[in-house]
Design a protein. Structure first.
Length: 320
C-alpha cells in the first residue's frame, strides 16, 4: 500500500505516519520534528552530564557547577537562545503552509462538528459546489487549500502523512495546504479533545489521479436519486423524518443539521471512520447509532421494523 488507511493495521509499524511524509507540505514538518528530537537529545545529554558531575565529580567542578555565572548561562541564556532559534527556524520552515489561496488552487472547506466532518468543495469565489462528509477527495500531485472551521467546539484537523495538525475554532477560519504525491488513502483524526466520542472522529483523504478526481467530482455534482424514481426506502426515510436533518440532492429532503447523504453509498465508512459502509452497517447505524458511537447526535430508531430498515438501508446504499 502507498498510504495508510483508517484501520489500525494502516498505522502500525515504523516509521509512524507523522514521520513518514507523503507530500511536500508534510516534509518540512518531518524535518522540524527530527530537529526537535535532536535538540531534545542534546539537552538531555547535557543535563545528564551536569547531574553526573554534581553527584560524582571533583569538588572544584561541583562548586563551579553551582556557581551563579553558570546558573545564569545554563538556566536562562541557553534556553532563551535555543528556544528562540527553534521558533524562528520552525516558523520559516512552515510559513508556506498557511498562505492565502492562489488563483487556480483547489479549495476545500472542512467544518468540524460533534463528532463528524462536514466537507464542501468550493469554486474560486468560495461558493460551495459539492458537499460530502467524513472523507476528502483530492487530485494527487497538486496542492489543495483547506479552509478549516468549527460549528461548535474546538476540533483539530490532522492527516499525519500529508501535513501537521491545525485547530478548528468556532468563528475563525484557519488555512492549511496539503498535497499527496501519489494516489492512495491517507488516514486522519481529530487531534483536539472535543467531548465524548472524540476518539471516534476519524476521516480519510483519498488522493486520485487528476483525471479520476475530475470524474469523481463531476459525478458528485449530479443528483444520485432522481425524484422521479420512487423507492420504498425513500418512503421510510420520509416517514421517519430523516429529511429534517439530512439532504439528498434530487429529492425534497433538504435538512442541514446532519451529513449530506446525496452520495452516501459511495463513501468508504460510516460514523466518521468507525464502520465499513454497506447495507448491513447502514441498517445497524440507523437502528441504534448510540450503541455504536455513544454520544453522537443521531437518535436511535427502534420503531423501524426489520423490513423498513432493509428498505431504507438499501436505498441509501444505492446513492452513489
Amino acid at each position: 500500500m502507498s498510504a495508510e488507511t483508517a484501520s489500525p493495521e494502516g498505522i502500525a509499524g515504523w516509521p509512524p505516519p507523522a514521520l513518514d511524509p507523503a507530500g511536500p507540505f508534510a516534509g518540512p514538518l518531518n524535518t522540524l520534528a527530527w530537529v526537535l528530537f535532536a535538540m531534545a537529545g542534546a539537552v538531555l545529554l547535557i543535563v545528564l552530564i551536569a547531574l553526573g558531575v554534581a553527584l560524582f565529580g571533583p569538588r572544584r567542578w561541583r562548586q563551579r557547577l553551582g556557581g551563579e555565572k553558570l546558573i545564569w548561562i545554563g538556566g536562562l541564556a541557553f534556553p532563551v537562545v535555543v528556544l528562540s532559534a527553534l521558533l524562528v527556524y520552525g516558523l520559516g520552515l512552515t510559513s508556506q503552509l498557511t498562505q492565502e489561496p492562489e488563483p487556480g488552487e483547489l479549495r476545500v472547506r472542512v467544518t468540524g462538528e460533534m463528532w463528524w466532518w462536514r466537507v464542501a468543495y468550493l469554486d474560486a469565489d468560495g461558493v460551495e459546489l459539492v458537499q460530502d462528509a467524513n472523507e476528502v477527495h483530492i487530485p494527487a500531485g497538486q496542492p489543495v487549500v483547506f479552509e478549516l472551521d468549527s460549528a461548535d467546539v474546538i476540533h483539530s484537523f490532522w492527516v499525519p502523512r500529508l501535513g501537521g495538525k491545525v485547530d478548528m475554532i468556532p468563528g475563525r477560519r484557519n488555512l492549511m495546504r496539503l498535497q499527496a504525491d501519489a494516489p492512495g488513502v491517507y488516514g486522519g483524526q481529530c487531534a483536539e479533545y472535543c467531548g465524548g466520542p472524540h476518539a471516534l472522529m476519524g476521516l480519510v483523504v483519498v488522493a486520485h489521479e487528476p483525471a479520476a478526481f475530475e470524474a469523481w467530482r463531476a459525478k458528485q455534482a449530479a443528483p444520485a436519486a432522481p425524484a422521479s424514481l420512487p423507492h420504498p426506502g425513500a418512503a421510510v426515510f420520509d416517514r421517519a423524518g430523516c429529511g429534517a436533518c439530512h439532504t439528498v440532492a434530487g429529492t425534497a429532503f433538504n435538512g442541514l443539521a446532519g451529513p449530506d447523504l446525496s452520495h452516501v453509498g459511495s463513501r468508504r465508512t460510516l460514523g466518521a471512520g468507525i464502520l465499513p459502509n454497506n447495507q448491513g452497517t447502514l441498517a445497524g447505524w440507523i437502528s441504534d447509532s448510540q450503541a455504536i458511537k455513544p454520544g453522537n447526535r443521531m437518535p436511535a430508531y427502534p420503531v423501524l421494523t426489520g423490513q423498513e430498515l432493509r428498505d431504507v438501508s438499501a436505498w441509501l446504499e444505492s446513492l452513489k
